[in-house]
Design a protein around this ligand. Structure first.
Ligand code: DAH
Length: 336
């Protein structure tokens, strides 16, 4: 009889505690069951006294167990409600996501790729050669013997033996002509190294070499090619002008001037008010160079050119110091 009542209380309690969703509702339930004055437990304690002595002990133990159970139930429910109050709000799936930072393509790589695209579209292949070069390919075979005064123009980082860090991409011309016979139509982008350091020079920088060798190649092909290339690269009408110059491996040789891409030739600080930018060297392959690689200069002619990728990127993006390219400053790099 009394044990049935205990079971009844258990069921009621678990229903009530389930329904109490706030702390005050829970405290109310607590009062109803284990409250000192009006709690249901009090009712059982009163009943205890009416039992015959031999039943009291067992019943008392049941009541005590129930009491502990109810108190634990209240504590657990309180804990749940408090934890829910401190828990973070449920996820709002309509909020925009957090975008992870993505890397960007370095401006030098961007411009190099653009240059490659333009020449690939003209039927050129992309060639490469070693950065640690030997003196033969970097100088000798480019018609620049050891006592040649132009070796002083390029302050070279020498390594062991006759190895050095290439000072120009021109040795790729030699390596290409050693490996293949004409017709040849290549560009060779890559790193070059010189003992040089100021706003527009860095000890490591990037060049692109160009070489075309075939029957009947003339300087007109060279000029037309460069004019087309620069118009594509800067995406505007540009003028190209040749100024006589000297390189050991070309004859005749020229400096390429490009109408200033910033002021369109009107004159500005970048072109030093001349309207022209000096953008690279070029010329007709010197027959002496053909001699080093075994190409018949009576049958073939060729043109070559070299230009600086860093310089192109500086002009294209209005960058004022070559050092920005290797500072790895995200505020700079993220702009591209
Ligand atoms: N190698 C030269 C330099 O680094 C640039 C150059 C000039 C390359 C004339 C050429 C060329 O292919 O024909 O200063």
């Amino acid at each position: 009889m009394h044990l049935e009542r205990i079971e009844q209380i258990r069921r009621d309690f678990s229903r009530d505690i389930e329904e109490a969703s706030t702390e005050s509702a829970l405290l109310e339930v607590k009062g109803q069951y284990v409250g000192k004055k009006r709690g249901v437990l009090q009712e059982l304690m009163a009943a205890l006294k009416t039992l015959p002595p031999e039943e009291r002990r067992a019943f008392g133990q049941s009541v005590n167990a129930l009491k502990q159970e109810l108190e634990a139930g209240v504590e657990a429910a309180l804990g749940r409600i408090r934890a829910a109050r401190n828990a973070p709000p449920p996820v709002d799936v309509t909020l925009p996501g957090i975008r992870p930072d993505l890397g960007t393509i370095h401006p030098i790589s961007r411009v190099r790729r653009e240059i490659e695209e333009i020449f690939l579209s003209m039927g050129y292949a992309v060639a490469s050669g070693p950065e640690v070069e030997d003196a033969y390919h970097n100088f000798e075979a480019l018609n620049t013997p050891a006592d040649h005064p132009s070796r002083d123009i390029q302050d070279t980082f020498y390594l062991e033996g006759d190895l050095l860090l290439r000072t120009q991409t021109s040795p790729v011309q030699i390596r290409t002509m050693e490996a293949r016979k004409p017709p040849i139509k290549i560009i060779a982008p890559g790193r070059v190294f010189r003992r040089d350091d100021d706003v527009s020079h860095s000890p490591m920088f990037f060049q692109v070499e160009g070489l075309v060798v075939d029957e009947g190649i003339t300087m007109a092909h060279l000029k037309g090619t460069l004019a087309h290339f620069y118009a594509k690269l800067f995406q505007k009408d540009v003028a190209v002008r040749f100024r006589p110059s000297y390189f050991p491996f070309t004859e005749p040789s020229a400096e390429t001037d490009l109408s200033c891409v910033l002021c369109d030739g009107a004159g500005c600080p970048v072109c030093k008010r001349t309207g022209w930018l000096e953008v690279g060297g070029c010329g007709m392959v010197d027959p002496a160079v053909f001699g080093f690689v075994g190409i018949d200069p009576e049958r073939y002619t060729g043109f070559a050119f070299g230009l600086g990728i860093d310089r192109m990127a500086m002009l294209k993006y209005g960058i004022d110091h070559i050092r920005h390219f290797c500072d790895n400053d995200l505020r700079f790099l993220e702009q591209f």
